[in-house]
Design a protein around this ligand. Structure first.
Ligand code: SME
Length: 160
C-alpha cells in the first residue's frame, strides 16, 4: 500500500468520527487506521484517565502494535504522564535522550503524546511511537492533534 498522504488520512478519520457509534468504537477504528496507513506510526494507542482514581492513573485502552509493559502509568511518570499532567502535546525526537521516557520497544526512536480533552479537562491521550527518529514533524503533530480532538468531541457528545 502506498504511503498515505496526511490530508487523506485526516479526511478518513473525520469521516470515521461521523460514522462511529461512540468514542470507544472511534478509538478502536482510529488506532487501526493510523497504524496501517501511516508507515512510521509503529505503535498507536490511547491511554484513558481512570475515573475517580487517587492518585490519578492512565490506563491503556485501544492500541495497535506490540504489547507494552506500560498498561498503567501514574501522572508523574513517562512522556505519557508529562502530556496528561501538563495538558500539552509532547513530541520527543530521540527518546534515548529523554530521561522521562518509559521504554515500550527497543526499536522506538521518537514519540508523540497528545492529550484528549472533554469538557475542558484532560480525560486521556493519544500516544504514538515510531521506529524512526524525529518522525513527528509539524504536519504530523497537526494530524495527531486532530485525531485527539475528534475523540474528545465524541466523548462530549456521548455525555450529553
Ligand atoms: N513511552 C511511554 C510509555 C508508553 S509506551 O510507549 C506504549 C512513556 O514514556 O510514557
Amino acid at each position: 500500500m502506498p504511503v498515505a498522504r496526511i490530508d487523506e488520512v485526516r479526511d478518513e478519520v473525520s469521516a470515521m468520527a461521523q460514522s462511529a457509534l461512540n468514542a470507544q468504537e472511534l478509538m478502536q477504528r482510529m488506532v487501526k487506521l493510523l497504524h496501517e496507513r501511516m508507515l512510521k506510526y509503529n505503535w498507536v494507542g490511547f491511554y484513558l484517565l481512570e475515573p475517580g482514581a487517587q492518585p490519578p492513573m492512565l490506563v491503556l485502552g485501544a492500541f495497535e502494535g506490540a504489547m507494552t509493559p506500560h498498561t498503567r502509568i501514574p501522572l508523574h511518570q513517562g512522556i505519557c504522564g508529562a502530556a496528561a499532567s501538563s495538558g500539552q502535546t509532547v513530541v520527543v525526537d530521540d527518546v534515548n535522550q529523554d530521561p522521562r521516557y518509559l521504554a515500550c520497544s527497543l526499536e522506538t526512536k521518537s514519540e508523540i503524546v497528545v492529550p484528549v480533552f472533554a469538557h475542558g479537562r484532560v480525560v486521556g491521550e493519544l500516544d504514538i511511537d515510531s521506529h524512526f527518529a524525529a518522525a513527528f514533524t509539524a504536519e504530523h503533530q497537526n494530524l495527531v492533534q486532530h485525531c485527539a480532538r475528534l475523540v474528545g468531541n465524541k466523548l462530549e457528545t456521548a455525555a450529553q
